[in-house]
Design a protein around this ligand. Structure first.
Ligand code: ZN
Length: 155
């Protein structure tokens, strides 16, 4: 088995329009509950390229979303079988608030360079043409702002 090492350093995250739409269709399901998805992908030169959208089983509430540990294991094993890795976590919030303490603790990956994206208002104001999100990245063990311009939506 190949042991892949996801890079902590990369330039951009490339995601196709179709995969972004798939992500949005999953996250914005019309319920007044937070929702969550992951992006799995691989390295592409200096960038990371999203290859598929992961829709984990999750406990959902008006202002929480929790992926059970067994489901996290399943997702990680699935990545190993696909030969990719988790690039980012995406989840919705009811309003336009900051990354919460729970988010810091509950993010699926503690890997250096991992990206966590938040889509406010249950992603209802989000379209592929006019994305509305903000992001964080784990650097040196601390969540710092992630420049959303580093996400490139491709054709
Ligand atoms: Zn949150």
């Amino acid at each position: 088995m190949t042991v892949w090492r996801p890079p902590a350093q990369f330039n951009r995250v490339q995601v196709s329009r179709d995969l972004l739409q798939d992500t949005l269709d999953h996250l914005d399901d019309g319920l007044n509950c937070e929702a969550i998805a992951y992006w799995a992908g691989t390295e592409d030169g200096e960038d990371l390229r999203v290859a598929r959208v992961v829709r984990p089983i999750a406990y959902r509430g008006r202002r929480l979303v929790i992926v059970p540990v067994e489901e996290v294991s399943r997702v990680v094993n699935e990545c190993m079988s696909f030969g990719d890795f988790l690039v980012a976590q995406l989840h919705t919030h009811p309003a336009d608030e900051d990354h919460s303490k729970v988010d810091d603790c509950g993010t699926v990956s503690k890997r250096e360079g991992f990206v966590s994206l938040v889509l406010p208002f249950y992603a209802r104001s989000f379209t592929v043409e006019t994305p509305s999100w903000f992001g964080y990245q784990l650097l040196n063990g601390v969540w710092v702002n992630f420049d959303i311009e580093r996400i490139r939506v491709t054709a």
